[in-house]
Write a protein that binds this ligand. Sequence first.
Ligand code: TYD
Length: 209
Amino acid sequence: MRKGRLISLEGPDGAGKSTVLLALEERLRQDGIDFITTREPGGVEIGEAIREIILNPRHTAMDDKTELLLYVASRRQHLREKVLPALAAGKLVLMDRFIDSSVAYQGFGRGLLVSDIEWLNQFATDGLKPDLTLYLDIEVEEGLARIEKSKDRGADRLDQESVAWHRRVREGYLSILSKEPQRVVKIDASQTLEQVISACWARLQRECE
Ligand code: TYD
């Protein structure tokens, strides 16, 4: 039985998701909230192995549907092994990417049918959706400029896509936002990092009450 809360963090590349996640972890810890953070693709051994296949820059021959199926496979395994047990134990689960990434990247980015992806997501998760999704929104050029600047982060296979691709991904997120405004909250990620973190934290706290 499900008792915990599931929160996902989403956004295009360069929105600052990883930094925000670290800051949120810190605050959750300080508040004594029982939580785990985890990421997609990956999060568990099998998921991390799938992640390596997907993001390897040498895998330029990867077919779009293969890519989608790998993300969904990783999602299923991660959910069964890590997310569902944590929720059953009443924990708050903070996820770095989840179902919306597949719609934005493989649907809008790659041009695969969104209805197929929604079905696959449903299949992999048995219909589980986040209680709350924090979507960090950033203009494409600004996001890409930030990736360019961060020296410690080598480009993975998806970072090497065109500006047009990144634009479509953002459109995908905005479309999800307009479809599910109760679940998805847009955070303006062009603000200062402190402001972005505060906005996310305020929303997250409401969820923990
Ligand atoms: P990662 O290095 O975790 O990127 P980020 O720090 O931006 O989250 O790599 C994950 C990449 O996988 C990222 O470019 C988004 C992409 N992705 C999809 O295309 N579909 C998906 O379903 C998921 C979960 C991620």
